[in-house]
Design a protein around this ligand. Structure first.
Ligand code: NDP
Ligand code: GDR
Length: 342
C-alpha cells in the first residue's frame, strides 16, 4: 500500500531532500507551505507535477505552524502514516532579534502539531527536527546522554520541542522521535548560514563579482555533514521497531577558519585577502564547539555519514561556481545523481 507522509518545512533545505527521498521510495508526499507574496518553492519546483495529473505524488497545502486549527483539519484530511516536523525559524542569530516569534514557531509550533495529531484522532509516526544546538555550552563530544545547555532563543525553543515530543511519546504512547541533528549543509543551504555564505562568496569573488566577505566569530567548531545523507537518517528513525531519539553527526569538527581554508583553496585563493570582520554577525551568547558522537545511529539504524566538512566545502563551492556560470537556474548535483552517490 502507498505510504503517505506530511512534511512541514518542505520548502527548506531538509524538506526538499526529504521530499525527494520519500518520492523515490514511492510515498505520496504532502507538504505544508506558507503563503508568501512571492513564490517560495524554488527548492521543490523540480519535483512538482500538476495535481490534476494522475501521476502526481506531491501535494502542497497552505498552512502555518502558528495556526493550530488549520493543522487539525489538514491532518484529518491527509491522515498521513508519517509526519516530519521540519518547519522552524531556524536561524540562531535571527532568534536573538525575534525571540518571541522563534518561540512561537520553533517551540509552540511543535505542540500545536502534536496536539493536532491527537485531535484529528490519527496515529502517524512523528519525527521532530531537534538540534545539536540543545547542547550549547556543554563541551564535546555530545551524544544522546549529554546534558543540554541551550545558548539562544532558538535553542531554548528547540529544547521545549524536544521535551514535548518525548512527553507525547510517554503520555499518549505515540511513535514520536527526536532526531538530534548536527549541522548539515548542501548547495541548497540557506544563503545566510555560514557555510553557504562562504561558498557563495568564493564563487562570486573568483568571478570578480564580489570583493569582501564580512563574517563574525571564526573560532567556533562545527560538525558539518551533508544534508542529503541526513534525511535518510530521519526516515530510518521512523522505520525502527521502537520510538527512540538519535544523534546524527559525522563525528569530526572543523573551525570556521578551516572551512574557509578548504573553500578558498579549492579555487586557488587565500581567504585572508578577502575576509573582514563585522561584529553584527556575533551572537550575544555563542556555542563554541559541537562535535557529535553518532555511534547509536550507526549501531541501531545502520546510518553513517560519508561526507565530512572538508569534502562538503568543495562540493558546495563547485555548485556555487556552476550556478554562476549557468545563471539563476537551480543547480544541484544531487538532482543528477542517484541516492547516496552524489
Ligand atoms: P530551513 O530554514 O532551510 O527551512 C525551514 C522551513 O520551515 C522552511 O520551509 C520554512 O518555510 C518553514 N517555516 C518557517 N516558519 C514556519 C511557520 N511558522 N509555519 C510553517 N512553516 C514554517 O531549515 P533546514 O531545512 O536547514 O532545517 C530543517 C529543520 O531542522 C529546522 O527545524 C531546523 O531548525 C532543524 N535543524 C537544522 C539543522 C541544519 O543543520 N540544517 C540541524 C539541526 C536541526 P519558508 O520557505 O516559507 O520560509
Ligand atoms: P548554527 O549555523 O548557528 O550552527 O545553526 P550558522 O551557519 O548560522 O553558524 C555557525 C557558526 O558560524 C559562526 N559565524 C557566522 N554565522 C553566520 N550565520 N554568519 C556569519 O557571518 C558568521 N560568521 C561566523 C557563528 O557564530 C556560528 O558559530 C545551524 C542552523 O541550521 C540551526 O537551525 C541548527 O539547529 C544548527 O545549525 C545545528
Amino acid at each position: 500500500m502507498t505510504k503517505r507522509a506530511l512534511i512541514t518545512g518542505i520548502t527548506g533545505q531538509d524538506g526538499s531532500y526529504l521530499a525527494e527521498l520519500l518520492l523515490s521510495k514511492g510515498y505520496e508526499v504532502h507538504g505544508l507551505i506558507r503563503r508568501a507574496s512571492t513564490f517560495n518553492t524554488s527548492r521543490i519546483d523540480h519535483l512538482y507535477v500538476d495535481s490534476h495529473d494522475p501521476a502526481a505524488m506531491l501535494f502542497l497545502h497552505y498552512g502555518d505552524l502558528s495556526d493550530g486549527a488549520r493543522l487539525v483539519t489538514l491532518l484529518a484530511e491527509i491522515n498521513p502514516d508519517e509526519v516530519y516536523n521540519l518547519a522552524a525559524q531556524s536561524h540562531v542569530r535571527v532568534s536573538f532579534d525575534e525571540p518571541e516569534h522563534t518561540a512561537d514557531t520553533t517551540g509552540t509550533g511543535t505542540v500545536r502539531l502534536l496536539e493536532a495529531v491527537r485531535m484529528a484522532g490519527i496515529r502517524p509516526r512523528f519525527y521532530q527536527a531537534s538540534s545539536s544546538e540543545l547542547y550549547g555550552a556543554t563541551p564535546p563530544p555530545q551524544n544522546e546522554e549529554t546534558p543540554f545547555y541551550p545558548r539562544s532563543p532558538y535553542a531554548a525553543a528547540k529544547l521545549y520541542s524536544y521535551w514535548i515530543t518525548k512527553n507525547y511519546r510517554e503520555a499518549y504512547d505515540m511513535f514520536a522521535v527526536n532526531g538530534i541533528l548536527f549541522n548539515h549543509e548542501s548547495p541548497r543551504r540557506g544563503e545566510t548560514f555560514v557555510t553557504r555564505k562562504i561558498t557563495r562568496a568564493v564563487a562570486r569573488i573568483k568571478a570578480g563579482r564580489q570583493k569582501d566577505l564580512y563574517l563574525g566569530n571564526l573560532d567556533s567548531v562545527r560538525d558539518w555533514g551533508y544534508a542529503a545523507e541526513y534525511v535518510e537518517g530521519m526516515w530510518r528513525m521512523l522505520q525502527a521497531d521502537e520510538p527512540d531519539d538519535f544523534v546524527l553527526a559525522t563525528g569530526v569538527g572543523y573551525t570556521i577558519r578551516e572551512f574557509l581554508d578548504a573553500s578558498f583553496e579549492h579555487v586557488g585563493l587565500d581567504w585572508h585577502d578577502f575576509v573582514k570582520f563585522d561584529e553584527r554577525y556575533l551572537r550575544p551568547t555563542e556555542v563554541d564547539a559541537l562535535i557529535g558522537d553518532p555511534s547509536k545511529a550507526q549501531a541501531k539504524l545502520g546510518w553513517k555519514a560519508t561526507i565530512d566538512g572538508n569534502q562538503l566545502a568543495k562540493l558546495m563551492v563547485d555548485a556555487d561556481v556552476k550556478a554562476l556560470e549557468v545563471g539563476p537556474e537551480w543547480i544541484d548535483p544531487v538532482k543528477l545523481a542517484s541516492w547516496g552517490t552524489a
